[in-house]
Design a protein around this ligand. Sequence first.
Ligand SMILES: O=C(CO)[C@H](O)[C@H](O)COP(=O)(O)O
Length: 275
Amino acid sequence: MVFSYGIRQQLNGKVYLKITLPLKVIKTYIIRNMISTIDCFYYTIIKNKFKGGTMEEKRIAAKRAVDYVHDGMIVGLGTGTTAYWAIKKLALKVHEGLNIKAIATSIQSEELARKLGISLISFSDIDEIDITIDGADEVDYNFNLIKGGGGALLREKIVAAASKQLVIVVDQSKLVNRLGLFPLPVEIVKFGHEVTMKNLSKLQCKAKLRMKNEKVFVTDNGNYIVDCHFDSIENPKELHNKINLIPGVVDNGLFVDMADKVIVGYQNGEVKELY
Ligand SMILES: O=C(CO)[C@H](O)[C@H](O)COP(=O)(O)O
């Protein structure tokens, strides 16, 4: 680090100390401070709002996943509190010289990446994504996932499907023997949503329209989310296909045969990679 200080300047009889720092040092300092301010926000507000494991379990899993990101890669950025840690770690690496371009799965992640200085790219500029790091709400031992707790399932699935490698980062509470305890999010168009919901209920689930602050929740794509309470999903692939055949359904949060690697953070600080 090159910096100079100690150059005294005398102005109007007062003595000032002039400190000169290279722009890169100043930028890194600002980014680091911005990151720790956002960290505090996540720890104090979001930590208590989300069910599941602790922020530390999420953080260590996300940190490990970033080891798989290399110079020159196109990286898919997930959505949610676990993906947040991956974006944050990536930003630090970028400021240390890692050269990547990223594509985000939500407006929220896009804004965070932009704020932290990660270069963004759009689908019009690329054919495929090298690696995507994203969270999940449930993961079974066949790597089937439920996603969409944060309402970003559609963009998450588009990005995952375009990725050579999908790395899922979770805390230990997300691992299940059978999917379904977490209500399955289904993105549906607004028009005729009442009838779409009735058709979803015919699949033996309790379908609830997602609300946020007493208003119907609207996705980044201008659609609604229905949370379908199945309790237990016997055949994820079959259910995925049945749901997507209902007119009005855009997509659902079952990710079948998509994840390549699952990285799990444990309470004792251990991180396990499942293949
Ligand atoms: O699918 C998602 C957002 O649509 C998230 O990956 C999922 O909800 C997990 O979130 P978190 O990491 O906050 O526990």
